[in-house]
Design a binder for this molecule. Sequence first.
Ligand SMILES: Nc1ncnc2c1ncn2[C@@H]1O[C@H](COP(=O)(O)OP(=O)(O)OP(=O)(O)O)[C@@H](O)[C@H]1O
Length: 256
Amino acid sequence: MSETILKVQGVSKRFGGLQALSDVGIEIRKGQVYGLIGPNGAGKTTFFNVITGLYIPDAGTFELGGEPYKPSAVHLVAKAGIARTFQNIRLFAEMTALENVMVGRHVRTKSGLGGAVFRTARFKREEAEIAARAKELLDYVGIGKYAEYKARTLSYGDQRRLEIARALATDPKLIALDEPAAGMNATEKVVLRELIDRIRRDGRTILLIEHDVKLVMGLCDRVTVLDYGKQIAEGTPADVQKNEKVIEAYLGAGGH
Ligand SMILES: Nc1ncnc2c1ncn2[C@@H]1O[C@H](COP(=O)(O)OP(=O)(O)OP(=O)(O)O)[C@@H](O)[C@H]1O
């Protein structure tokens, strides 16, 4: 069996009187696409926010690539090797597509602020390499021709792909996609599906929150289902779909 990339155990998170997550754990192996699904308010985004250092959990242990890690701050999590996209796209709107991806790559560069201020030879060489790599990534996600366009001028689907390119630029062990198909039309979803499949084939590991059940069932190797902060099922898409608790949770929530 392939190596474990992410192992999370016993995650709990409370907001005032609301138990948003209770004792949630997942294990993702290298090369898997792992789905996190559940009705609205089930705790999916909270779980993402915990593992990516946006929320401090009340309990939980975390291992990334076999090493313990503490998701205490977003930049440290990115350095440790988890990159994410957001449900509500978070790009630098006034920067070009290329610059947005270059920002992602800076997580892995060596020249510090001093290099940037004094524009050392090493800094300039590194910048040129970063730009070249960023362009490659834009081509990879299929929006290379928009490299010099401001992010805000791209279509919704292309902005989502740009977010994926930026996440890939950090060279992550795990890429976490928060509802990547939200707001996409059917054609865009097909293209997205192909892209996620390609990212997996190229050896990456993906954690995915997604409402589009068809996309989840078609793409994911394993799925965890949350409901009211509790993990009610874990397994292959086929197993999970047959699970009574899952059927009930979805029907109870209006069957979305
Ligand atoms: N910062 C916060 N403060 C207080 N309550 C919060 C906070 N973030 C999330 N919650 C609450 O925690 C619960 C889980 O929310 P969460 O956003 O994680 O669900 P979700 O499964 O991602 O839902 P959706 O599918 O609608 O995005 C909800 O009841 C939500 O209102």
